[in-house]
Design a protein around this ligand. Structure first.
Ligand SMILES: Cc1cc2nc3c(=O)[nH]c(=O)nc-3n(C[C@H](O)[C@H](O)[C@H](O)COP(=O)(O)OP(=O)(O)OC[C@H]3O[C@@H](n4cnc5c(N)ncnc54)[C@H](O)[C@@H]3O)c2cc1C
Ligand code: SF4
Length: 565
């Protein structure tokens, strides 16, 4: 850095929190504009309330204020997310963008964290090498990332050690470690904390998958298994995924990065500041600042040397489009999301499905990404299979019963009384491929109460998504039978919803300014000193949860801004 700079960070979620902290620690004066509240440190002590957080979605953006529309294909009229407009509120936090307020999505995330595999950074090359170019479905825009696993490894390490991750390493410097993931990419060192304690019911999953010749290992988690830095050890309360943590065991930017940034005296947070426009000096020129609406509806302009948009992939996209920053027409293209495969069953013994974090889980990686075996269905890219033994409160469980069951009356009550405490779930999330018909733009018909156009998603599940689900349903059924489940079922397949909170790709990173929106550091090709960060940068969507890579990229962007690289 040659002269003192100041920066605006828009959004204090997973990526914005890290960037604000790293900039503030480097002496940059940061103004953070956050659409939601800045929650006091102990605000969530009384969070054990399923109706408030799960049914009414207390933390997630509400569609009346933050409309997003969806249609399956071009030419149709889009409607406000039809699957997310339940009578009591939002019905399910996973069917909307992540939380608003300081912490963003990390306020109520599950905390399942993954380093991507080496091949995840080279999806196109890997697919062509194995299956040939003709295997790529027509219209897909699958590319390689402009960086490798080795480039990002030091940043994954920083996420694990600076923010705190629990887990069991499987491969340190090429040496396989017993108990860990034998398929993981080599890491320089292990995790700073041991894995979370696993639910008792997990033992069946572990033994059964081993009998099937598979390799289960504990899920790495952004949850403290023991006291670590500012994190306190998890107490396995069971109101975890979809809830804030009352003991500060979950790693959130609200509890980790933001307090660090505030302690420097270099961060000012303006809560309830809804950014509506990114302002620049002239067409193609340097960035100037942003315009926001405050809590009482007043409109303000703020200026800075650098602007970082960290408002989640979808809102980043909406803001770029609304600000006319899309000279090459690439903003909003290449939309990708995970195709969720929630599979549940009933075990003979109690599983106590209401206890523990969702990610007190085991995983098998035998069929993930490029490890997918040859198959007649033409599935090109695989998924991990994760056990979900707990963290299921009664209302959530009542939304996930065998499909043929009537959800009222005496038989239902009997089923629930017997089976709720015996539920055991498994999960897959297959990668959707970027294709020409999957994109986001501004909805010409729907506006929010502040007069801003809604984001419109156009996306349908493709044959590859359906075939992937079919393949993995078969594997999960085999595991369920081996585990001795007395009944099992899967949620609608493919899902009726097209939001998984893993929406990526819509401001793709790349080296070619004609074909991408930002460079590998997240800086806009079109607008100097504008950084646009988060999953929107991903050129392809690996089947792992995205946030750890989003956090690693945030550290990379911060290093770039303060001149370390
Ligand atoms: C229930 C749930 C469980 C999840 N579990 C996992 C998991 O286990 N593992 C995983 O990897 N990922 C998980 N995720 C996804 C994870 O939350 C996101 O990947 C991550 O938060 C994205 O980070 P981000 O920085 O891009 O955006 P966010 O964390 O969403 O932060 C965006 C911030 O920007 C603010 N903002 C938005 N618009 C504006 C505006 N116009 N002006 C000002 N501020 C604005 C928001 O209020 C928010 O604070 C989960 C999400 C949910 C909802
Ligand atoms: S299960 Fe653990 S991490 Fe999750 S909310 Fe409860 S105490 Fe926090």
């Amino acid at each position: 850095m040659t002269k003192p700079i100041n920066a605006i960070v828009v959004g204090l979620g997973a990526s914005g929190g890290i960037i604000a902290a790293e900039l503030a620690k480097a002496g940059v004066k940061v103004t953070a504009l956050e659409k939601g509240p800045h929650y006091p440190a102990d605000y969530f002590r009384d969070k054990h309330d399923e109706i408030r957080f799960y049914t009414r979605g207390a933390l997630v953006p509400h569609l009346s204020q933050n409309p997003i529309t969806w249609r399956a294909r071009n030419g149709e009229i889009a409607t406000i997310l039809p699957w997310a407009s339940g009578p009591l509120g939002t019905t399910e936090p996973l069917h909307l963008p992540p939380s608003i307020g300081t912490g963003g999505g990390t306020l109520h995330w599950g905390g399942a964290v993954w380093r991507h595999r080496k091949a995840d950074f080279q999806m196109r090359s890997s697919l062509i090498k194995r299956f040939g170019e003709t295997a790529l479905p027509e219209g897909t825009s699958v590319v390689d990332w402009p960086m490798s696993y080795d480039d990002l490894e030091p940043y994954y390490d920083r996420v694990e050690w600076e923010l705190g991750v629990s887990g069991q390493a499987g491969n340190i410097g090429g040496e396989l470690i017993a108990g860990g993931n034998p398929f993981e990419a080599p890491r320089k060192r292990g995790y700073p904390m041991p894995p979370l304690r696993s639910a008792a019911a997990n033992a069946r999953f572990v033994e059964s998958t081993r009998r099937l010749g598979l390799h289960p290992f504990p899920q790495a988690a952004a949850i403290a298994s023991e006291d670590y830095k500012s994190l306190k050890a998890c107490v396995y309360c069971g109101f975890c995924h979809g809830y804030p943590c009352h003991v500060n065991a979950k790693q959130t930017s609200h509890g980790t990065s933001v307090p660090e940034a505030l302690a420097t005296g270099n961060l000012d947070i303006i809560p309830f500041a809804r950014v509506i426009h990114v302002n620049r000096e002239s067409e193609g020129g340097r960035i100037k600042g942003v315009t926001y609406i405050n809590a009482v509806g007043q409109v303000h302009d703020v200026e800075a040397d650098i602007v970082v948009l960290a408002t989640y992939s979808l809102e980043n996209t909406r803001l770029l489009l609304q600000s006319g920053i899309n000279a090459n027409g690439q903003v909003g293209k290449n939309f990708m999301t995970h195709c969720f495969g929630w599979f549940s069953g009933v075990l003979p013994e109690f599983t106590n499905s209401f206890m523990g974090p969702l990610v007190g889980a085991h995983v098998i990686d035998d069929y993930t990404s490029e490890l997918i075996p040859d198959n007649d269905l033409g599935v090109l890219w695989g998924s991990p299979i994760t056990s979900f033994p707990g963290d299921t409160q009664p209302l959530e469980a009542s939304h996930n019963t065998p499909p043929e069951m009537r959800t009222w009356g005496a038989p239902y009550k009997e089923w629930f009384a017997h089976s709720y405490r015996r539920i055991f779930s498994m999960h897959t999330q297959t990668s959707s491929l970027p294709y020409a018909g999957g994109y986001c733009d501004l909805d010409p018909n729907v506006r929010d109460p502040f007069g801003q156009p809604a984001l419109r998603m156009t996306h349908d599940w493709m044959a590859h998504d359906m075939n992937s689900m079919k393949f993995f349903t078969g594997v999960k059924e085999a595991i369920a039978k081996e585990m001795g489940m007395t009944e099992y079922w899967e949620e609608p397949n493919p899902p009726p919803y097209h939001l998984s909170t893993h929406e990526v790709g819509t401001h793709r990173m790349g080296l070619d300014p004609k074909e991408s929106v930002v460079d590998p550091y997240g800086e806009s090709h079109e607008c100097e000193n504008l950084f646009v960060v988060g999953g929107g940068q991903f050129p392809t969507l690996p089947s792992y949860n995205p946030t750890m890579t989003i956090q690693a990229l945030a550290f990379l962007t911060a290093d770039r801004i303060v001149g370390k690289i």
